[in-house]
Design a protein around this ligand. Structure first.
Ligand code: FES
Length: 316
């Protein structure tokens, strides 16, 4: 996978657990363009690779801006960014990819954020503003103090609705009521914790209009990875056969056999490990491919998806 060399240009405090990280090309050149909702993989100096949404305006080519929440359950990525990474550091990143694209000609767009799920929506807001489109944002955090990007959002006035359910006067956003009170042509985008996304999907299932107008981005797996094993992976380019045993994912088996593959989240949410399927029937468990993309069986996320056939032939 091609990587870009960037330098950490600035770190900005947003909230007690949130910083933004501004990256600029190491050689000062323009960065590849991106679309609202896109993310990049960041290869950290500690050997980890993590995926983060871009939160700046998609028309900007001089920088990428990431918003990173310091997750107490961090596997080392957000903790490293918050505690160790210093401005001036050179980093390798992937080109932007987008599994959460904005339909930018909808008559009205409702953006719903839970916590750090606001980041891809910030990019969408800037795109919708550029186009003069109608939108509103519902930003949910437990407390006022935990909310990031307040200064960025304040100029948008009444289009931004804050929901802080742990405040004395706070109430939880009623997703079902919100979805129901909009016209069946409205597009909704929800990004946040898994529980919120499941509630959103349950509410969306009871609404009229096309399913395609409800968009979600998961930051964590919704279901367990396929780890029943009992099948063989054939690597088409090297003709190697790798056995996937019980308790292993395909990624585990490949890494164990010394096969070099790209991966980041290991949970089926970032798309880094997407691999072309040449033969066989995957058991899809990811949150990246749409249902129709999964149905074609043209590609799969090898970090979490397994096989329904005895052999899978992959383009590796
Ligand atoms: S590594 Fe993120 S989807 Fe597989």
């Amino acid at each position: 996978m091609t990587t870009l060399q960037v330098r950490l240009h600035a770190v900005t405090y947003e909230a007690p657990a949130i910083n933004t990280y501004e990256l600029r090309a190491a050689d000062g050149a323009a960065l590849p363009s991106f679309t609202a909702g896109a993310h990049i993989d960041v290869h950290l100096p500690n050997g980890m690779t993590r995926s983060y949404s871009l939160c700046n305006a998609p028309h900007e080519t001089h920088r990428y801006v990431l918003g990173v929440n310091r997750d107490p359950a961090s596997r080392g990525g957000s903790q490293y960014l918050h505690e160790t990474l210093r401005t001036g550091t050179l980093l390798a990143i992937s080109a932007p990819r987008n599994h959460f694209p904005l339909v930018d000609d909808a008559p009205h767009t409702v953006l719903i954020a839970g916590g750090i799920g606001i980041t891809p929506l910030l990019s969408m807001i800037q795109r919708l503003e550029q186009l003069g489109r109608s939108w509103e944002l519902h930003d949910c955090t437990r407390t006022r103090a935990a909310a990031g990007f307040v200064a960025t959002l304040e100029p948008y006035g009444s289009r931004v609705h804050w929901h802080h359910d742990a405040e004395p006067d706070g109430v939880q956003l009623d997703l079902a009521a919100l979805l129901k009170r909009h016209a069946p042509t409205t597009h909704f985008y929800c990004c946040g914790p898994t529980g919120m996304l499941k509630s959103f999907e349950a509410a969306a299932a009871t609404c009229d209009g096309a399913r395609e107008r409800f968009h979600v981005e998961y930051f964590a797996a919704r279901e367990a990875p396929a780890a029943d094993g009992g099948f063989t992976v054939q690597l088409a380019r090297s003709q190697r056969l790798i056995q996937v045993s019980k308790g292993q994912t395909i990624l585990d088996a490949l890494l164990g056999a010394g096969v070099e593959v790209s991966y980041s989240c290991s949970q089926g949410v970032c798309g880094t490990c997407e691999t072309r399927v040449l033969e066989g029937q995957p058991d899809h468990r990811d949150m990246v491919l749409t249902q129709s993309e999964q149905d074609t069986n043209r590609s799969m996320m090898i970090c979490c998806s397994g096989s329904k056939s005895a052999c899978l032939v992959l383009d590796l």
